[in-house]
Ligand binder design. Structure first.
Ligand SMILES: Cc1cc2nc3c(=O)[nH]c(=O)nc-3n(C[C@H](O)[C@H](O)[C@H](O)COP(=O)(O)O)c2cc1C
Length: 193
């Protein structure tokens, strides 16, 4: 059951040296591939990184604000990359926020593209992969605190923006799950309360 799986999930920040076998990696990627996307455009590439030297460099790129050396313990990193496209005629974005329509139209297009793309799209295949991995006993952590431009340079990205990094592996030690807010504080029914 999905709920049983979700009750086991936590962000793992120290992985054992055990490698993830290629079949399991392929299963994780296949579950990401089947993700929904706006207009089924699938505007992404997923960088599958198993080379320890590159993983080490990604760990450094993620240690600019706070040290995140633990990332280097991951045997697998998946870099979620969103396709950059010209948002000049982004009617959907403009319609979604009519009260700031005017400002959006005059916003620098390169800036608008990055802000518009960063949060959408790749989060969904990313979470598919996180859950597929967990089903196979592989834990993970989402990483946003990372120099996305540096990661793009490291991987030689062209026309794509590295938006998030996912670190995968087997936990060095199990820990208890992180507590969550109760339903009473996060839901409302029909009208906001
Ligand atoms: C989009 C996103 C970005 C995150 N970025 C980081 C990060 O840069 N570094 C980190 O250690 N954890 C990161 N996390 C993990 C969160 O800190 C973690 O999900 C949260 O504390 C709840 O804990 P849990 O995942 O164990 O339930 C991120 C999580 C999400 C969803």
């Amino acid at each position: 059951m999905l709920l049983d799986l979700l009750k086991k999930r936590y962000s793992c920040r120290q992985f054992s040296q055990r490698k993830i076998d290629p079949k399991t990696i392929d299963y994780i990627l296949e579950c990401g591939r089947l993700s929904p996307s706006g207009g089924n455009e699938q505007p992404w590439k997923f960088g599958v990184i198993t080379d320890p030297a590159i993983i080490q460099q990604i760990a450094q790129a993620a240690s600019v604000n706070v040290p995140q050396k633990w990332i280097a313990t991951a045997p697998l990193i998946i870099v979620l990359c969103t396709q950059l496209f010209d948002c000049a005629n982004d009617e959907l974005g403009l319609h979604r926020f009519p009260s700031v329509h005017e400002q959006l139209q005059h916003m620098d297009r390169a800036l608008y593209s990055i802000v518009n793309m960063e949060e959408h799209q790749t989060k969904i295949p990313g979470e598919h992969m996180v859950l597929a991995a967990l089903e196979q006993g592989v834990y993970s952590t989402w990483i946003s605190s990372v120099d996305c431009e540096k990661v793009g340079e490291l991987l030689g990205l062209k026309g794509y923006l590295a938006t998030n990094v996912l670190a995968f592996g087997y936990p060095e030690k199990n820990r208890s799950v992180t507590s969550k807010k109760g339903k009473d504080s996060i839901l409302f029914f029909n009208h906001f309360t």
